[in-house]
Design a protein around this ligand. Structure first.
Ligand code: ZN
Length: 72
């Protein structure tokens, strides 16, 4: 079952980014994920299976989404 990852989630990975940070913000989901290192601000693409393997923890800022209409 695919991991439930959403835009805005912050994931903690087992493997550190070269900058030493290990938390990434999810910017885009799909076949590949676009994530941003929250330490050095660098953005990168990563394949879903790779990311899922590396994730240790997902923190989600629970936003009240009851209205349900988000205009992009
Ligand atoms: Zn980094």
């Amino acid at each position: 079952m695919p991991m439930d990852l959403r835009v805005g989630d912050v994931v903690e990975t087992k493997k550190n980014h070269p900058c030493g940070g290990n938390t990434f913000e999810v910017l885009r989901v799909g076949m590949d994920f676009r994530i941003r290192c929250t330490t050095c601000d660098k953005q990168l693409w990563i394949e879903r299976p790779k990311l899922e393997k590396r994730v240790r923890k997902v923190s989600r800022t629970e936003s009240d989404n009851t209205s349900g209409s988000i205009d992009k």
